[in-house]
Design a protein around this ligand. Structure first.
Ligand code: ADP
Length: 447
């Protein structure tokens, strides 16, 4: 009895039995009422139709030949004025000395039977008269309904069986997806195979929705698991390259370097690679902290207008003759982590320069609407191919792998998106391959 199926079946069966018993009780009650009313009518009609057939004259009782002693199953009894039975035969078990009452139809209990009786006083002169009593044996309602009752007794177990069987089938069908969910979860647990799905194709009820939600969740889990695996493998790979270079340089210096210049050169390479490694490790730490939610946000009221203009000044180095122009609306405030937001802005400006055209431009616009601050960074650089537009947000993805090693890690945009989303904003890119790109950040302003 510890399965939902068994509980449902028991519930159906008990309900069915209760409903059947209730119906039977109701039928008996209604039948008893109807029979009583009918019996009173028959009794009254039978007694009254005999009234004119008897008379008493000078203490002598005369009964006409039309007098019926047993009309419509009603027993006719004639009593004298003193209550003694003069004529007629009482039904078995009826107490003939039951007190006489003029004009009221009533029910009396006999020995094992009930009787409907009606007494009428037929006067003769001032003092004399006779009593005419009609007695109708009440039929046992269960007996009267015996056919119905038999039918009921045969049909009830059948109905209960049907209810139990139907309940079982419905429960089994309804709970099948849950069993499949448990099975799938068990299989995943045993075999670590996140590609397993419940895959219900029929029905549209709650369990189907549950199964679909479970499949959806598995899909997301699988994707994020794959992404984690990819991330670990990419991170190891990225760390491998500088490590190998460092080892190779150490090897070279040990075996072949002779002059101070050669040693310095090797140390410079090692220094550069170690710097790259340290940058990568610190980025990875930041990403992990953001992922785990352990990176504490130091929320403050920040003047975004001022922050953007300071970063623009810093970034306006004139390197590769790229000009930087900005249009910044004053007085835009955010409630945000200033360090993280400044990293987003810096990253966008660094990218605009890195992937910009020599002698090209970077335009920075900061405006606001009712609820949001809008930061737009435009460049006329190399642009991004359509097929890379989604991928640039992935960790370690670099669309232009052919460009010279500039210390890029392919982590900037994915972190920027993480930071912006953490602040309730959105970041998106528009670009034409070979013509330039525009990155837009929308962040809720301080209300
Ligand atoms: P990184 O710049 O370190 O490679 P990012 O995550 O910042 O990593 O950028 C991911 C990729 O998106 C870059 O490798 C580059 O291919 C592309 N990208 C980013 N910004 C621009 C831009 N302004 N113009 C063209 N391509 C860009």
């Amino acid at each position: 009895m510890n399965t939902i199926k068994a509980k449902l079946v028991l519930w159906f069966t008990v309900c069915m039995a209760l409903i059947a018993a209730l119906c039977l009780g109701l039928m008996l009650l209604v039948n008893e009422r109807v029979t009583r009313r009918e019996s009173y009518q028959i009794l009254s009609l039978s007694v009254r139709s005999n009234l004119s057939e008897i008379s008493i004259d000078d203490h002598t009782l005369s009964i006409s030949p039309d007098f019926q002693f047993y009309p419509n199953d009603v027993y006719m009894l004639i009593y004298g004025a003193d209550g003694a039975l003069l004529s007629g035969q009482a039904p078995p078990d009826f107490a003939v000395d039951t007190p006489l009452e003029n004009g009221t139809t009533r029910f009396v209990d006999g020995d094992g039977h009930g009787f409907y009786i009606l007494d009428l006083w037929i006067p003769s002169g001032w003092e004399d008269g006779v009593w005419l009593r009609g007695v109708l044996q009440s039929r046992n309602p269960i007996q009267m309904m015996s056919n119905l009752f038999t039918l009921f007794l045969i049909a009830m177990p059948f109905c209960i069986l049907c209810a139990a069987g139907g309940g079982y089938l419905i429960a089994r069908r309804a709970l099948a997806p849950i069993e499949r969910i448990a099975e799938t979860a068990g299989d995943i647990d045993k075999g670590n195979d996140l590609s397993r799905r419940i895959g219900l194709t029929s029905g549209s009820d709650e369990t189907r929705r549950l199964a679909d939600a479970f499949d959806h969740m598995l899909e997301r889990l699988e994707r994020s698991f794959e992404a984690e695996k990819q991330f670990t493998s990419d991170a190891s790979h990225e760390l491998c390259t500088p490590t190998s270079v460092i080892l190779a340089q150490c090897d070279y210096a040990e075996k072949f370097a002779e002059t101070a210049d050669e040693y310095r050169e090797a140390i410079e390479v090692i220094h550069r690679q170690a710097g790259k490694m340290s940058q990568l490790i610190s980025r990875l730490l930041d990403i992990t902290r953001l992922d785990l939610g352990t990176q504490k946000l130091h929320m403050d009221d920040i003047d975004l207008s001022e922050m953007v203009s300071v970063i623009c000044e810093e970034q306006d180095t004139g390197e590769r003759r790229i000009t930087l122009e900005s249009q910044i609306e004053e007085g835009i405030f955010l409630h945000a982590d200033s360090f993280l937001i400044s990293r987003v802005i810096t990253n966008l400006l660094e990218n605009a320069r890195k992937y910009g055209r020599d002698g090209g431009y970077i335009h920075v616009f900061l405006t606001r609407d009712q609820q949001n601050a809008l930061l737009r960074v435009e460049d006329n650089g190399i642009g991004i191919a359509q097929e890379d537009m989604e991928k640039i947000w992935q960790r370690f993805y670099q669309a232009n792998s052919s460009r010279p090693d500039d210390g890029s890690l392919g982590l900037g945009l994915s972190m920027a998106r993480q930071i912006v989303e953490l602040h309730g904003g959105v970041i998106f890119a528009e670009s034409r391959d070979g013509e330039g790109s525009t990155f837009t950040v929308r962040l809720p302003v301080k209300s």
